[in-house]
Design a protein around this ligand. Structure first.
Ligand code: LER
Ligand code: MN
Length: 273
């Protein structure tokens, strides 16, 4: 398994991301510390100099496993929005990220951008269908340029559907798109999934990306997550992708990036992965 830190040119301090500032600086820090990649969270693709970032990542031997897209939801752009024009703009935004991902060799995350279904039963059903249709359109656009989308279950305090790996797996199976994979975030799983290790085992080959983060949303090693159990389950499921530290920059960004890497590398070697 490979390790990535998370970085953003612009996101609120409360967002669980390690490094803030120009993407090039995050790439240099990742290379210096010994990471394999950097997961970038962008409001829109123009937030970075795509040619410079692609060239620097290549020259440093770093991957960019996925582009985080949640900031679109902060602008009100979501797949489940009742207004079709808003949904069209949400899909257009994700398609911009897909085009960038094709250049960077990365995937694209579908997390907060899926939006909320609301309380009323009929409206919920319509909003869920709108979400599935938008996701299907994005899967087709991504497949045309060889990009994978990662669908991320999230906890009940941040969204109102698709909380567990099982629920997101059902959507993946419903769409049947080979380029739609599951993003398992251990912070959300710790709240919603009844059992992390059996949840990972059931997700199996659908797993495409992992946000490895402790119970308190700090990097692994600072909370009470059974990091070894999770890594063992991932290894047993045959997972070979990235573990991204989508964590709060605490006690400070450098220490979090350094200590998280040290902890997880040590445990990985202990489980033979
Ligand atoms: C996004 O990856 C995520 O985990 C959400 O909770 C957004 O903060
Ligand atoms: Mn996450």
């Amino acid at each position: 398994m490979k390790l990535a830190l998370t970085a953003t040119p612009a996101a609120p301090l409360t967002a669980p991301l390690l490094v803030r500032g120009p993407a090039e600086e995050a790439l240099r820090l990742a290379a210096e510390l010994g990471y394999d990649g950097v997961e970038l969270h962008l409001r829109r693709p123009e937030d970075i100099d795509r040619v410079a970032v692609a060239g620097l990542a290549r020259s440093l031997g770093l991957g960019i496993p996925t582009l985080g897209t949640g900031m679109a939801a902060g602008e009100g752009l979501t797949f489940a929005a009742p207004n079709p024009e808003v949904r069209r703009r949400a899909v257009a935004r994700i398609r911009e990220h897909i085009a960038l991902a094709a250049e960077l060799g990365s995937g694209v995350t579908v997390g907060l951008v899926r939006g909320r279904l609301g309380q009323e039963a009929d409206a919920r059903a319509a909003a869920r269908q709108a979400f599935v249709d938008c996701l299907d359109e994005c899967c087709r656009a991504a497949a045309a340029v060889g990009v994978t989308l990662f669908l991320e279950p999230m906890n009940r305090y941040e969204c109102d559907y698709l909380y567990t790996l099982d629920e997101a797996s059902a959507v993946i199976d419903e769409l049947g798109a080979p380029n739609l994979k599951l993003l398992a975030d251990t912070f959300h799983m710790n709240i919603e999934d009844a059992n992390l290790t059996t949840g990972i085992a059931r997700a199996g080959g659908r797993l495409g990306h992992v946000h490895l983060v402790d119970s308190n949303r700090w990097v692994p090693g600072y909370g009470h997550l059974d990091v070894r159990g999770v890594l063992q389950a991932l290894a047993e499921s045959g997972y070979q992708g990235y573990l991204s530290f989508e964590a709060l920059p605490l006690p400070d960004p450098q220490a979090a990036a350094r200590e998280g890497l040290r902890t997880v590398r040590r445990i990985l070697s202990g489980v033979g992965a």
